[in-house]
Design a protein around this ligand. Structure first.
Ligand code: ADP
Ligand code: C5P
Length: 243
């Protein structure tokens, strides 16, 4: 099957022909609040290939040798830790219907690994990350803003599990990082962005009612997209997306 990104795409003529920009959903919330779990459930329930997920953590800056030598002093929860210009650039291209290479960030080495992940344009883009609502330029791109609201003790417990088991860190390191950077940054930068949310999901992935409602809303949006106008060769689209 040919994929949609392999079709020749001309953004200008597409717009003239009634092209609609993708529906972009932002999912913010504290670290280990269940953002990824919520996004995975949404994508799974949609059971539709026209949804792509972009993670803000892919846009962490690489650490320099100097920073790596003092990694316990590095604040991964500050907005400056992210290459927001690159994130904006990738999102803009996706919105124009172009494929992008999203960096592949490695939590163990604190650096990007090759190869980058190729992300194809889609009708729905989900952008997930702790500080997705922080930059007004990113916020402006979002058609729907979801904040995953999970208690701090649950987030810390999950974080300990994840960072010790998956990322091979010791408990003292995880707790020190939490009290020095993670908690203060949550209070200073993440929590204040909750006010921008259209929907607040208490209990993250456990909240099936909220996820069902969101999925229904996205389905409505998908139905409103008129792909035939952009890609006259509808047969290809129908077979690619099983419409
Ligand atoms: P985030 O993307 O916000 O960092 P994740 O979805 O990756 O959060 O979840 C963080 C950790 O908590 C993961 O190890 C995940 O398996 C676990 N987790 C997420 N949601 C739940 C849940 N509802 N119940 C139990 N564990 C969960
Ligand atoms: O997936 P999640 O939203 O939890 O990712 C953000 C968290 O990852 C931040 O709280 C940050 O402290 C942590 N992080 C880390 N080491 C890195 C990069 C991010 O502990 N190299």
């Amino acid at each position: 099957k040919r994929r949609i990104s392999e079709e020749k795409f001309d953004a200008a003529s597409a717009t003239e022909n009634g092209y609609k920009e993708p529906f972009v959903i932002g999912v913010a919330g504290g670290a280990a609040s269940g953002k990824t779990a919520v996004c995975d459930m949404i994508i799974q329930q949609l059971h539709d290939q026209r949804v792509v997920l972009v993670n803000q953590e892919s846009f962490y800056f690489d650490l320099t040798e100097e920073e790596l030598n003092h990694v316990h002093e590095y604040n991964f929860d500050h907005p400056d830790a992210f290459d927001t210009e690159n994130l904006l650039c990738c999102m803009e291209k996706l919105r124009q219907g172009l494929s992008v290479d999203v960096p592949n960030y490695d939590f163990k080495s604190h650096k990007r690994k090759l190869p980058a992940r190729k992300v194809n344009p889609s009708v729905v883009i989900i952008l997930e990350g702790i500080l997705i609502f922080h930059d007004p330029r990113v916020r402006k791109m979002l058609n729907m803003k979801i904040f995953v609201d999970t208690d701090a003790d649950v987030r810390l417990a999950r974080r300990i599990g994840r960072d010790t088991v998956e990322n091979g860190r010791d408990l003292k390191t995880v707790l020190d990082q939490y009290s020095k950077f993670v908690k203060p940054a949550f209070d200073d930068f993440i929590l204040p962005t909750k006010k921008y949310a259209d929907i607040i999901i208490p209990r993250g992935g456990d909240n099936h009612v909220a996820i069902d409602l969101i999925v229904e809303h996205i389905r409505t949006k998908l139905g409103q997209h008129n792909l035939c106008k952009i890609y006259p060769n509808l047969d290809v689209i129908q077979s690619t997306f099983q419409i």
